[in-house]
Design a binder for this molecule. Structure first.
Ligand code: SF4
Length: 245
């Protein structure tokens, strides 16, 4: 099932209770202090549909200049993430522009035990190798530095109240968020299976169409890898409309 702008608008309308519950669930994670090195913000985290909807609602409510800037950054991120180590599109200097609505992945980073974080990293490494192979089957060889890049484990995050939080607590919170998102059944599944839980893919497909965004990603990535030319991407990003005007 492919998302359209119409579907997103309907989902925004009907998801108010789940988004409120999402806020309450996020609040179970203690506030943290860190040295704001923003290593954790070097990529857009995977998320559930209900979290993506909260971020989209935030975009809808934004000043239009900021909104179009963030749409452009996020769509650009979708095209460039296989070839560049970019930062999360919501990162601005050292600030998160959607801090109140940042995702579970952002909140949990630095709170996992090192052992569990290594497991997450290992699974992410496997996923990236699989993606690398898929691109190779299409004749495109992604930069190894991008494939090998992993966000390092952070020792500089601590809860403000010095409350201890275990992996089990975080996993329970993650399960609760998953259940909230499952309320949107087929759309929840579609976001995971067809859009790989990637908000940047969702926004790119809303603005360019699902098939066109996939086709264009192949063109853009293979052009950058083979010739370094990103003129087509720059032109397309320059012309993007404000989806939520
Ligand atoms: S949403 Fe905010 S906190 Fe999360 S990775 Fe992006 S900039 Fe960092």
């Amino acid at each position: 099932m492919i998302f359209s702008l119409h579907v997103i608008k309907e989902l925004l309308q009907i998801s108010v209770p789940q988004r409120r519950e999402l806020e309450r669930t996020y609040a179970l994670i203690p506030a943290t202090r860190c040295q704001r090195r923003t290593h954790c913000c070097s990529m857009l985290p995977e998320m559930t549909l209900v979290e993506a909807l909260a971020a989209i609602q935030r975009l809808v409510n934004m000043d239009p200049h900021m909104r179009i800037l963030l749409i452009k950054r996020t769509v650009s991120y979708f095209f460039l993430n296989p070839v560049e180590i970019t930062s999360c599109p919501f990162l601005d200097n050292r600030d998160c522009l959607i801090y109140r609505d940042r995702f579970f992945g952002c909140r949990a980073y630095g709170l996992w035990s090192q052992e569990y974080y290594e497991k997450l990293t290992a699974s992410n490494r496997q996923a990236k190798k699989y993606i690398q192979k898929q691109w190779e089957n299409l004749g495109v060889f992604l930069p190894q530095a991008v494939i090998d890049f992993q966000v390092p484990y952070c020792l500089n995050v601590e809860t403000e109240s010095h409350a201890l939080i275990s992996d089990e607590m975080l996993l329970n919170i993650s399960d609760t968020i998953e259940k909230l998102s499952e309320h949107f059944s087929q759309w929840h599944q579609s976001f995971r299976q067809m859009y790989f839980s990637d908000l940047s893919f969702l926004l790119a497909s809303l603005v360019l169409g699902f098939t066109e965004s996939v086709r264009m990603k192949f063109d853009v990535v293979s052009n950058i890898v083979n010739t370094g030319n990103r003129a087509r991407l720059d032109r397309a990003i320059g012309e993007l409309p404000d989806l939520f005007a």
